[in-house]
Write a protein that binds this ligand. Structure first.
Ligand code: PAF
Length: 296
């Protein structure tokens, strides 16, 4: 595994792999503090590609002024061990100076899909994501890029960016990885106190309960599903709901509250962002309501 810190070294390392015929190139962009979710992306990348590139860069552009950019957890040594174990061939770890040598005057911005859910709570966040991912795609020129569905809105936004700008890369969305008790893996889980962590289980529990209520035919409309979601989460005293929404996926369009879930055309997303103390966690479930037998 080669660790490179400059764009020039990255290009050389990639050129070497391409000349040796080690294509296709799979790319896993990350902000480090890697966990089993990232490991699963590396494994998927390894199945689909001959060269696996991972980037580790905590991107200042996607953090708001009062967010956790400076305290975002970092552990390069542990990250490199995980990357090597999971088969990365090249790990790119640029500094902020390397990525943004001068104030950035060009941004990539996807409209409409970025105004709701995390886009509403974190203004400018997705412009930061699409800009840095475009830069990384230009540097790596991967055939495939792997992203976790925990950030389902990010997947929808990046797919749209790639389609709109004819980028020559396929976005591969990979399933959410959970702890045994249901908590979706996130680098930010380390911020949780023991009590917050135990109450945070309400995210996955609320998603499961709504899904089960649909399967039992107890919930049929968008509004009823949303009410159940909110009531399950609100029973946890430390939970402060940022959003609990049911939208179309990947279009992220609002569904009329009175409409039947089964009327949705294609997949829907039940998306949550909930704060426990200073930690904001997200989780979601994407599925086609027509596959829930009792809804049709
Ligand atoms: O999902 C993330 O970790 C980040 O948003 C990404 C895609 C690496 C861009 O900084």
């Amino acid at each position: 595994m080669r660790v490179v810190r400059t764009i020039e070294q990255l290009r050389e390392a990639l050129e070497y792999m391409r000349q040796g015929g080690h294509t296709p190139i799979g790319f896993v962009p990350t902000m480090g503090y890697l966990h089993e979710g990232h490991a699963s992306l590396l494994r998927r990348a390894g199945e689909m590609s001959s060269t696996v590139v991972m980037s580790i860069f905590v991107n200042p552009l996607q953090f708001g002024p009062n967010e956790d950019f400076s305290s975002y957890p970092r552990d390069e040594q542990r990250d490199l061990e995980l990357a090597e174990r999971e088969g990365a061939d090249i790990v790119f770890i640029p500094g902020v100076e390397e990525m943004y040598p001068q104030p950035i005057r060009t941004q990539v911005s996807v409209s409409s899909l970025t105004t709701q859910l995390c886009g509403a709570s974190r203004p400018g966040h997705f412009d930061g994501v699409t800009t840095v991912v475009s830069k990384l795609f230009n540097m790596v020129q991967p055939d495939y890029a792997f992203f976790g569905l925990k950030d389902a809105q990010q997947v929808a936004v990046l797919r749209r960016m790639v389609a709109d700008l004819n980028m020559n890369v396929e976005i591969v969305a990979c399933p959410i990885i959970r702890e045994g008790d249901g908590l979706a893996l996130s680098s930010r889980n380390v911020y949780l106190s023991a009590e917050e962590r135990s109450q945070a289980l309400v995210l996955s529990r609320s998603l499961r309960e709504v899904r089960q209520a649909m399967e039992e035919g107890k919930v049929r409309t968008v509004e009823d599903a949303r009410k159940l979601l909110v009531s399950v989460i609100s029973a946890s005293p430390l939970a402060v709901i940022d959003y609990a929404e049911i939208l179309t996926f990947p279009g992220l369009e609002t569904l009329d509250g009175a409409s039947l879930l089964s009327d949705a055309d294609g997949e829907i997303i039940i998306a949550l962002a909930v704060k426990f103390g200073r930690t904001r966690l997200i989780d979601n479930n994407v599925f086609n309501p027509k596959e829930v037998a009792t809804l049709v």
